[in-house]
Design a protein around this ligand. Sequence first.
Ligand code: BLA
Length: 513
Amino acid sequence: RVSAAPVDPALCEREPIHIPGSIQPHAHLIVADAGTLEVVACSANIPDALARPIGQPLAALLPDGLLASLRARLCGPEVEDGRVLRARTVLGPGSVPYEVVAHRSGARILAEFERVPLHPEDFATAGPIEVEAAVGRLRGASGLMEAAACAARETRALTGFESILVYRFDPDWNGEAIAEDKVESWDRSLMGLHFPASDIPAQARALYTRSKSRFVIDRDYVPVPLTALPGAADTPIDLTFAQGRSLSPIHLEYQRNLGVNGSMSVSIMVEGRLWGLLIGHHRKPHYVAPETRAAAAVLADAFAMRVQEMESIRLWHAQQEHLAAESRLVRELARSDDFVGALTQGATTLLDLFEAGGAATVSDGSVRLLGRTPPAAAVLAIADHLRVTLPPGRTSYASSEFAADHPASRPWTDQASGVLAAFVDPDRAHLLLWFRPEVPSTVTWGGDPRKPVLGAAGSATVLPRRSFERWVEERRGASAPFAAWQVGIAEALAQAVEGVVLRQRRKIADLTG
Ligand code: BLA
């Protein structure tokens, strides 16, 4: 029985997904001590070729060549968590071929073995040639949306998923599907839909920041438990970097509700931050070979680099324009005894900064208005409010939802949903203001974000929501946000104005002598 009462999403964040104690059945896991190379744990599905490994030295189980590579790459004291060794090997008297992906995890080596498919040609495999061609096409894409569409298309061609989404996080960790490439026959589209932060809880995002990809071959798999030497059981086996890690059962339920069986997600990292995910969906189980999984990670990285490049170019141009306008204003100020005139009358004015709809100066209780602003009396009230509420020592203020801080401004959201302010002097007698209009927007969610979590009646169990029906939210009262560098330029300009104010004061003092 499921009640509709929302459950605290913090419950989702408590699941320790890095130590599930089980793996997916397509993989076989052997855990060895990185110092002694003795096997301390393994999954319950160890194939005959590796029979009864626990307590044995790895040397008794693996071919010499593989053992030597493991030692060289993963066993030193300086080796970082997550460093990987990939190899192909044959095991046991029958010389059965296996793919090996081994990695370092603390004082342990985790080695995962997967049977090489009997008919590898049945699976899309991506070699260096395909990857290079795909990266080349990604390089040719211009603009974020085109690059995202290209990344979705290329990733789908390489991995064979029925659908690939490019999913982008916003600053609050809600997400949006900004590109989609899918088979014709799947008449579901998630393109353009938004999803709340709780769909991918904080500990999952933290894990995805460290470990770059996960693949579920068959959503309905039976997890394979890990067993350990009695002594080793005290420290749970950390599967953060394990390819075959068993995923959260809550998330697998979510996939069921979405109609997804085989899946993947690959982290898109921009400037050290989890920018988004490449998400793969398949209606049936879907096996992706280890080499192809690695190729998907390369594509995600190539896309991430393009995003970083485009974002920094755009930012650079915007900053150059602003710095040029600011320095023209500072030159005017240097020639002038009247800062209000210098900022509001020449070829360049305050309105040339920060894509503002309106601007104002407030100086000893008198107001000068430019562009679309609230009326003078309201601007004076805003100045008074900021003078009183800004903490001591702070010289600037910016908000894209000013009425939330100052309800009296609610009638002026058309002109001043966003406010950027910089005080000129420590007494806060002089103030520069920029206003931005409301940008009403609608956000289409994949399901009602206010009830993301359902609790089974009378228990602490959490379940993901079951409906992904389009749900449209209208957002009012907010402008485009001000960037931190824009606040910095406003502060610098206010400082230049302070020089003029001091000069003005001295002049008046001299005259009145
Ligand atoms: C993980 N949730 C995830 C992942 C995705 C999503 C992509 C990464 C795991 C993977 O590779 O499949 C969510 N999938 C989406 C979204 C879209 C999609 C938004 O296709 C849209 C296009 N999830 C919930 C709730 C909880 C929850 C309410 O909705 C908690 C109670 C938990 N999601 C949850 C957890 C994980 C997760 C715990 C981590 C899974 C893991 O890595 O073990």
